[in-house]
Design a protein around this ligand. Sequence first.
Ligand SMILES: *Cc1c(COP(=O)(O)O)cnc(C)c1O
Length: 422
Amino acid sequence: MPPDAGAGVPALLAEAAALDAAHAATDLRARFLLPAGLVYLDGNSLGALPAAVPPAVADAVARQWGQDLVSSWNTHGWWDAPGRVGDAVGRLVGAAPGQVVAGDSTSVRLHQALHGAVRLRPDADVLVTDPGSFPTDLYVTDGVAEQTGLEVVHATPPEVPAVLDRLAAAGRRAAVVSLSQVDYRTGELWDLPALTRAAHAHGALALWDLCHSAGAVPVGLDEHGVDLAVGCGYKYLNGGPGAPAWVYVAARHLPHVHNVLPGWHSHARPFAMAAGHAPAPGPERLRVGTPPMLSLLALEAALTAFDGVDVEDVRVRSLSLTAFLRRCLEALVPGVAFASPAQDDRRGSQVAVRHPEAYGVVRALAARGVVGDFREPDIVRLGVAAPYLTHGDMAVAAQHLAEALAADEHRDARWTERATVT
Ligand SMILES: *Cc1c(COP(=O)(O)O)cnc(C)c1O
């Protein structure tokens, strides 16, 4: 530790207290159940448990399933839940009702969205995506390319406009530009409006993966003319392990979008039990089969943690927290190397730090009650889910990181051996 680190901690804690008082209106900690004393900085992997979830799940099991049984499909609105939960997600990502449906995993939703895009652009021969995307996004994109005969062209977000120009000059045409709004490793926030315009300028559709945005960063899907989007339910939306994902299709595309995985739940008249498939008119046309109802109802209850709150307010709190966390780390951790951008408008809701022994650092921190996560090859990822974190938590996390490094705890043999899930 630098010689003044000890003196720095009380000052930072005092500053944290003042900031927490100034941001008291957006402190939603009381809406969550978190173990006392834990600083949970992994809400971008598995969000914390909202207090509304346990009673909702207990009711879904004991009363809806146990007592009311099959009638619950009607009486408890089970059948309509995917669209209803989709609309609740839509409010957080700037989508008017009737364009989002919940269910299945992000990987499945991405398959559907990419296939849908290819069908909407029948003359195209290329799919453009970021080589730094989350692996499942790359695997799915390669799979869809194989299934459709299109070619994948890689471009990082800053390269996208030039790559689209080059493709056009070569007489080629992209069906879709498929990107994550926030980089899962570094937390870099890309310019969704500008990249969406760049795609449109070349006749391509814009497909955004919002796994690290939904519930944390304002997106403005309708406002910016985005065509398609997907996201998961268990990160900043706090829907629980394996929570249903969701897909957005802009209203102008809904009548035409093709579902590559049609099932009886995507039928316009599911209970006609007709031999041929006729797609539902709304986003329900992207449903597949029977949804995991307990998980869907858990997600629905989880989303009530955002009741009365705009994601813009969550963003203000998040930026204050991540900026303060950066300052605490700079003050307390000698030579700290940030992977996340310093500029507010380029930073999602996490602070990633590079360290050659990042895995041991994450484990040593967890042993001190500060839970972050490790991402290959050298990233200590500190996710900041603003609704349930405070500036005080940021100061405490930075202090533990400084102390763990100073004491070489990250080199302890207990913390360097890899667990199954890193
Ligand atoms: C978390 C995440 C996923 C997860 O995909 P699942 O199919 O839900 O497991 C996909 N893409 C991105 C960018 C993610 O961050």
